[in-house]
Design a protein around this ligand. Structure first.
Ligand code: APR
Length: 227
């Protein structure tokens, strides 16, 4: 079966990484607009680097949980495209390969001047020179609000070719990812949601399994690998 999976912050919650909109648009005590927009970065690059340095450190000590591990097993039984909105590397550390990071990755850096990309050091500062052009224009390779998500052509194609689309641990209010179920459904896929609470776009799914990802994902994978 051809399956496309979209994961969100909820799959990493039980690994100890905070989800985004816990309360009132605050994200670990910062306003999202201050730390996750190009405007916020232009205004205070030191604050934004510091914020992502903290997140990079937290992600580096977090461990993949049973949900990340179950998706590795799924890939051995089905033709899987794994898309994540997460910027942590817990899917990779669980053993998954070819993970599509549509919102970028904490462990990558990029140059705002020349577009060069390289592995991010654990701590980045606004003064760091780009290794290619030398300009102090380095930034985390993160897709901020108002920017274009990455690898979209490949993702739309996978959705169109899928028999099954599964969203795991995502609130369903950030586009284009929030439109994936509708797109896959229109192209013939069955759509399933695995989430802790009902998402914003629950109506776009044929079925829903509620509960913590570390429990629901392995159980669902066991089931679909038996078929
Ligand atoms: N198991 C399963 N789902 C969970 C768990 C859990 N243990 N804990 C939380 N969730 C669910 C919540 O119910 C919610 O629906 O995960 C979702 C988390 O929602 P958000 O914090 O909004 O995360 P996400 O949907 O991934 O955010 C999308 O928004 O801020 C931007 O670019 C950022 O990639 C991010 C995007």
């Amino acid at each position: 079966m051809r399956i496309t999976i979209l994961t969100g912050a909820g799959i990493s919650a039980e690994s100890g990484l905070a989800t985004f909109r816990a309360s009132d648009g605050l994200w670990e005590n910062h306003r999202i607009m201050d730390v996750a927009t190009p405007e916020g970065f232009a205004k205070d690059p030191a604050l934004v680097h510091e914020f992502y340095n903290m997140r990079r450190k937290a992600a580096s000590v977090a461990q993949p949980n049973a949900a990340h591990l179950a998706l590795l097993r799924l890939a051995t039984h089905h033709d899987l495209t794994l898309v994540t909105q997460n910027v942590d590397d817990l899917h990779e550390r669980a053993g998954s390969t070819d993970v599509i990071h549509m919102h970028g990755a904490l462990n990558r850096a990029t140059c705002a001047e020349c577009g060069h990309g390289w592995p991010a050091p654990m701590v980045m500062t606004p003064e760091d020179p780009c290794p290619a052009c030398g300009k102090p224009a380095t930034r985390p390779d993160i897709v901020w609000f108002g920017e274009m998500p990455q690898h979209m052509e490949r993702i739309w194609q996978a959705l169109e070719a899928s028999d099954l689309f599964v969203a795991i641990g995502t609130f369903g209010n950030v586009y284009p990812a929030a439109g994936f179920a509708q797109h896959a459904g229109r192209n013939g896929a069955t759509c399933l949601e695995l989430n802790l609470d009902t998402s914003m776009n629950a109506a776009d799914f044929d079925d829903q399994i509620l509960g913590p990802a570390s429990r629901t994902v392995p159980a669902w994978v066991d089931d679909i690998c038996r078929r």
